[in-house]
Design a protein around this ligand. Structure first.
Ligand code: PSU
Ligand code: MN
Length: 304
């Protein structure tokens, strides 16, 4: 018995022909953005991947199957659905076995991409070590997944709602290369700089593809985290976003928000508190990541 994968015809054809494919997650659609911007963004990200010469494969769980690539109707249904499960490594099999609908986080999307033979995955931000983790133990399963699943993930860094120094420490412990693209600083999602220096730097998609392929030759099981700074024109500078983040975090603590609910709560509050500016930035950075991921996927195909 093999994994229950259902491929969109376009994705299957590209994988069979050895053409570049970029995986995309679905939690950003169901839990990361409000409707209808979530649907518009999902479509725009797919279009961006196509424009860059790769094939997009948005991943979600429906009817007992892992869908590798969604139809327009499936994308629309997911974007409006209520009560969709947020799937990480822990929930994936239970969701599939039950037949429920589930959206894949970074961790679950990596697992599904690897099963499908997709090397590169574009998203917005990854989960990380939450502030106060020394008490809550809230550390995203995304970090452990990066240590064990061989997919190159392109993100805009980790959000400053997290404890970024601790997030870097856990990634290092898990053997994950954290590579800043085109700069020395670790990007912080809405801001181009976190004020921290990234452990590694790459300036071209070819370097990143070369390192991805070298990891396979070395038999190293984990992935790579590429942190791609948000385009300057869409950036919310650190000094502006910091007080908003502090307010949202204080509200989450006061309301006892915990576990899986933390990230969606904070994203929604920051959206409200910035009058939608955080969402516009989020959309710009996801598109930017889709472009870079497509170029990396093309380089991996070329160098293979
Ligand atoms: N960061 C965002 N938008 C998101 C997420 C993170 O800016 O939608 C989602 C991703 O799917 C990520 C997940 O994998 O949240 C992390 O959730 P948690 O912290 O519960 O592991
Ligand atoms: Mn968590």
């Amino acid at each position: 018995m093999t994994a229950p994968l259902t491929y969109a015809p376009e994705v299957r054809a590209a994988l069979d022909a050895g053409r570049p494919v970029v995986a995309l997650e679905s939690t950003i659609i169901t839990h990361g953005m409000p409707y209808p911007q979530n649907l518009e963004t999902a479509r725009a990200v797919e279009a961006e991947v196509r424009a860059a010469g790769a094939v997009p494969a948005t991943i979600a769980v429906m009817g007992g199957h892992i869908h590798i690539g969604l139809t327009e109707a499936e994308l629309e249904r997911l974007a409006q659905a209520q009560g969709v499960m947020k799937l990480s490594r822990a929930d994936l099999a239970v969701c599939l076995a039950s037949g429920a609908t589930g959206a894949t986080t970074v961790a679950a999307t990596m697992i599904c991409a690897q099963l499908a033979g997709i090397a590169v995955f574009a998203t917005g931000g990854i989960g990380g070590v939450h502030r106060g983790a020394e008490n809550s133990f809230d550390i995203s399963a995304d970090l452990a997944e990066l240590g064990q699943t061989a997919v190159t993930v392109v993100a805009a860094g980790a959000k400053a709602i997290l404890d970024l120094p601790k997030t870097l420490e856990v990634l290092e412990t898990n053997g994950v290369p954290v590579i800043a693209y085109g700069q020395n600083d670790l990007p912080a999602f809405w801001s181009r700089s976190s004020g921290l220096t990234a452990p590694l730097r790459a300036d071209t998609p070819a370097e990143i593809a070369g390192a991805h392929l070298m990891r396979a030759r070395l038999g190293l099981p984990g992935g790579q985290l590429i942190t791609n700074p948000i385009p300057a024109e869409a950036e919310i500078p650190r000094a502006e976003i910091t007080p908003v983040i502090e307010t949202a975090l204080a509200e989450a603590a006061a309301q006892g928000i915990a576990a899986k609910a933390v990230t969606p709560f904070l994203l929604q509050r920051i959206f409200e508190l910035t009058g939608g500016r955080s969402l516009r930035a989020n959309i710009a950075l996801v598109l930017n990541n889709a472009r870079l991921a497509s170029r990396i996927a093309a380089e991996i195909v070329a160098q293979r």
